[in-house]
Structure formats: C-alpha cells, structure tokens
Design a protein around this ligand. Structure first.
Ligand code: ADP
Length: 555
C-alpha cells in the first residue's frame, strides 16, 4: 500500500469550534425562554464553553466520562454541546419526557458523573429521580427567573447554579487534541421491549454527519440561513442541526420547550428564521394556526424551508406549505444514524409524473449513506419500487453496535440489529421499504413492534406486559391507530376473563391508573377495544398485523 501524504487532521468537533471562533463569533443564537427572548453571540457561547470545560476539569471529569443533560433547546444546552465533547468527555442527552425512575436508570446505565438540568424540569421531576451514587454533581440551569434550587439533590452531591459556575471559572481552556474515534455524545433510543439502547456517536461520525447536512442535496444549510431546530436537543443531537448551523455559520433560534404554533411564530418573526425542523405533528398544528390566523403569515415571511422527518407525510401536507411559499423537505432518519439518512430531493432525470409520484417518498440516500432492502433470507430485493424488504444501512455515521457499559465501548448486538455482509456492517433499521429504479426509498411498514406518537416512541410490549398484570385480563395487545394529530396513538385490544359489562366497565375505569405508575401520561392509550378473543397467527402468537389492519380507517 502506498500511503497518501495529506495532513492527518482528525475529524473532531474542534473543527467546528475553531471555525466558529475564526469566522462566526458575531453570529447569534436566539432562545425563546418562557419569560423573555435571549440573544447571545457564538463567540460568547464558545467563551462560556471554556468556563464549563474548566469546571468539568476541576470536578475531575476525564476523557470519555459521561456528562448528562436534561434540558430543552436553549443557548446553555448549546454551550454544553460544545464544551463537553470538545474537552474530551461525552455528552449524554436524556429525554426530558421520561419518568423519573427511567431517567435514573439511564443515568446509571450511562455511568454519568455529572448532570446539567433545566430548573423547570428539575422542579417537576427532580424529586422522582433517585440519582445514582456515581452522579456526583448537579448543575441547575436557569431557564426560569426564580432562584430556588428545589428540590435539593441527594446528600453527598455537589449542587451549583449554572451562571454561578460560569462566573467562578475562567474562559481560557487548553482544548485537547482529540482522536476522531473518541466518543462525543450518547443518546438512547427506544428498544422494542422498552429497554433503551445507547447510541454512542464518535467525533468522526458527528463531524461527517454535520458536513453531510450542508450538502446541496442534503439539507443545504448555508451561512445566510437562520435555523430553528424545534426537535428536542435530546433527540439525536436535535437531528444534527445545531452542529450544522455552527459549522455553516448560520444563526440559530431555539424554542426552549415551547413548540406550539404561537410560540414558533413569535420566534420565527423575532429571529428571521429561514429554515425550521420538527416532526410532522408540530407542523400539522402550525398549519391549522396559519389557516385560522391570516396575520401569522406576514410574521413568518422569512421562513422558506422545512426539513420534516420522524414520520411519514402526505401530499396535502406538502401542498399546503407550498401554497404558503414554504418548501417541505421530507427526510428520514433514526437515532442510530446520527440521524439523517434520506432526503427527498428532485432528480433532474425524472419526468413530471415521476416527480409527482416520488414527492411523498422518504427520498434518496445522502452522500455517505448506502442503503439496501433485503428479504427474510437476507438476500437483496429488486429495486422496482414495488417489492418491499427490510431497509438496511451502512454509513460512517451509522451505529456499528449499541453502547454496553459492561463491555465498555464493545457493544452488544441486541435484537440482531446488525448484520455483516458484503464486507461491511449493515444496521437493520426495522423499517420495511421499497426502492425504485431511481433510488427513491419509500417506507411502507415497520417491522419493529413500536408505536410513534408525536415523534416519541411508545413500547407496545412494555404496555402489554403491565396490562397482563391486570386481574381481569386474559390477553392483551397494544397496536397503533393512525391519528391526524399525533400520527399514531396506541390502542389497547383486550380480551377479559369474562366478557361482561361489569368487567368491561371496571377495566375502563382502572387500567389508566394502573399504567400511570409505570408510564408517562402521553404513553397511556386512551382507547380500548374489547374482543372475546384476540386473533392468532399460525404459531399461536397474537396476530398484531391483523389487529393493526383492523385499526386502519376504512378506505
Ligand atoms: P428520529 O429522531 O429520526 O425520529 P428515531 O430513532 O426516534 O429517530 O426514529 C427513527 C424511526 O422513525 C425510523 O426507523 C422510522 O421508523 C421512523 N421515521 C423517521 N423518519 C420517517 C419518515 N420520514 N417517514 C416514516 N417513518 C419515519
């Protein structure tokens, strides 16, 4: 082998940090806190990242150790996005919509050493989080004006206010030279049984994914954009948009927790947002708002592009936004692939009928992603746009294993999520798709037994397990029903020991409170379908496909 002679600059997030310092210190991040709009320059964000890095070093955080966040989309969270990975530690962003005990389990599984938490979140669920002993430091971030540190963290834990911590440490920090293979951040995604799976991004994967977001046939983010990621910063690094904005030099606008239409209109107007991203549920509500309030249209005139993903979208969704002068860019991705894999861009070699046909497809692989569909035996399916198969992906920013703390960085392959074939690792996505001769991928079904409601996963198996503990239940299954607002909502299909009116009423009355001990409110099904017997497949297992089909609206 003859080695190339080019500079071996590691692909780390320090490339973004340095670029921002060199070129974009005056670009801004605008955060819409519930009480005020706050604007700060990227130069100051980097300075404050230096203060945080000094703090983390002082409390003994070393390379590779995990630092957790429990926070909405704010400039402070962005500062941590820079500080933690660039000083060599690993940023573990935790889903703030989970219950306290689940959050404690994640802190434990990730072996987090410090937790940065928004005061509003801490106030609501802090008392439910039994902090693992190894979490030695809690820093509360002031997303609300009041100054109380309430509830106090576990005895033996040091507690600090974020702004105090910043004041007490200096900005100058000797950022280490990192290897591109070092872990940068950690994000858990839902497993089918409800046990989350850790995806450990490396500096290299995140840097490459960031560059991919800037491709013209990717998201095409540019310096002149103002980007509003309305997808939470605890979901796959807010789909990579904050890092992409920093790299491109685009301004950022962050909505904190508020993604209701009124708050978004206010932020889009205040920050002159040009592109915004969220799951379809957010934009369906936004469309309704635009229809009701014509004045809102004038206030969002800067908004031109909406990269939308997380669930499928229909033609009318795209047409409605097009009428308002906003281009919908349909994307597909998953936490395991950082998360961007497909974008729906129009190929120049399509005729008008093909353009119409492919508009609602999930799109073409972005450069750097290779996709294939395979049948039950693992053989490649034909790409005729008709034959469905399991979608598999290979990419430098796709996971090759899940994070397994016991094996530290070695990872297990739970649920057979990976296959080695054709000389490379393929991630099994759990999505069923067709690929047409032009390469457009269309998701047609989901093999994984999960329900996606408003962009968040609900484990049907975990709900079923609890329902089976109910004394009146003989058998139960939870399946998705399509929903105009949330895309999907879970429905309980249940057969009781005795199918009487009394038992049905009793079940209706008390299943909710039984489930609420184990699941957040948004995961609990509102609808129950009583059956005398659940349909079974050949092996005697409950036929969920039949149940799911029965839940589809009549054509
Ligand atoms: P994300 O943050 O992209 O929602 P998740 O890991 O939570 O990532 O979910 C990924 C899954 O969401 C995919 O495997 C697929 O089932 C579904 N999904 C994502 N984008 C789309 C889309 N555009 N159309 C249909 N399903 C989608």
């Amino acid at each position: 082998m003859l080695a190339g002679l080019m500079q071996n600059v590691p692909l780390t997030l320090n490339l973004i940090r340095e670029r921002v310092a060199d070129l974009y210190p005056n670009k801004t991040v605008t955060t819409r806190y519930p009480h005020a709009i706050h604007v700060i320059g990227y130069g100051e964000v980097l300075d404050r990242a230096g203060h945080i890095a000094n703090f983390l070093q002082d409390i003994g955080i070393t390379r590779g150790e995990r630092v957790a966040t429990l926070a909405w989309n704010s400039h402070r969270h962005l500062e941590l996005y820079m500080a933690v990975p660039c000083m060599g530690a690993v940023l573990h962003t935790i889903n703030a919509r989970l219950l306290g005990p689940d959050i404690a389990r994640l802190l434990d599984h990730a072996d987090d050493r410090a937790l940065f938490v928004d005061r509003s979140i801490w106030k609501t669920i802090g008392h439910e989080i039994d902090l693992p002993r190894r979490v030695r430091h809690v820093v509360v971030m002031e997303d609300e004006p009041d100054q109380m540190l309430d509830p106090p963290a576990r005895a033996g834990t040091t507690q600090a206010h974020y702004e105090d911590m910043i004041r007490r440490h200096q900005a100058a920090f000797a950022w280490p030279v990192l290897s591109e293979d070092e872990a940068a951040s950690l994000c858990y995604t839902s497993g089918t049984t409800g046990n989350p799976k850790g995806v450990l991004y490396s500096h290299r994967s995140t840097t490459l994914h960031t560059l991919a977001c800037l491709f013209a046939d990717g998201i095409a983010m540019r310096e002149r954009d103002v980007c509003l990621p309305a997808v939470p910063m605890f979901h796959a690094n807010a789909w990579g948009f904050p890092y992409a904005a920093l790299m491109a030099g685009a301004n950022l606008a962050l909505p904190c927790r508020q993604t209701d239409p009124t708050s978004l209109v206010e932020l889009i107007e205040a920050a002159h947002v040009t592109m915004a991203t969220a799951v379809p549920t957010v934009w369906i509500g936004f469309l309704d708002h635009l229809r009701r309030d014509a004045s809102a249209l004038g206030r969002i005139s800067s908004l031109k592009r909406l990269p939308v993903g997380g669930a499928a979208i229909g033609r009318s969704f795209i047409d409605d936004f097009t009428r308002y002068g906003i281009e919908v860019m349909h994307c597909w991705g998953m936490t395991e692939i950082s998360p961007l894999g497909l974008t729906n861009v129009e190929r120049s070699d399509l005729d008008d009928a093909q353009v119409r046909e492919t508009r609602t497809a999930q799109g073409l692989p972005i450069p750097g992603c290779r996709l294939r569909i395979v049948d039950a035996d693992g053989a490649r399916c034909v790409t005729d746009g008709k034959m469905p198969g399991e979608l598999q992906i290979s990419s430098p920013w796709a996971a090759g294993a899940y994070f397994d703390r016991a094996a530290e960085e070695k990872g297990l392959h739970p649920e057979g999520s990976f296959v080695v074939d054709e000389g490379r690792v393929w991630l099994r996505t759990g999505d069923i798709a067709t690929i047409d001769p032009h390469g457009y991928v269309r998701i047609v079904d989901r093999a994984k037994d999960l329900i996606k409601s408003g962009g968040e996963w609900i484990s049907s198996q975990a709900l079923e397990l609890q329902l089976m503990n109910h004394p009146d239940v003989r058998e139960a299954a939870v399946v998705a029903r399509p929903d105009p607002k949330w895309q999907e909502r879970p429905v309980i299909c249940v057969a009781l020991h005795e199918d009487t009116k009394e038992l049905r009423e009793r079940f209706q009355q008390d299943y909710g409170s039984a489930l609420s001990e184990h699941f957040p409110k948004w995961q609990i099904p509102q609808e129950v379908v009583f059956l005398t017997e659940l349909p079974k497949g050949k092996t005697g297992k409950i036929d969920k496909i039949a149940l799911r089909t029965a839940m589809q609206p009549a054509q």
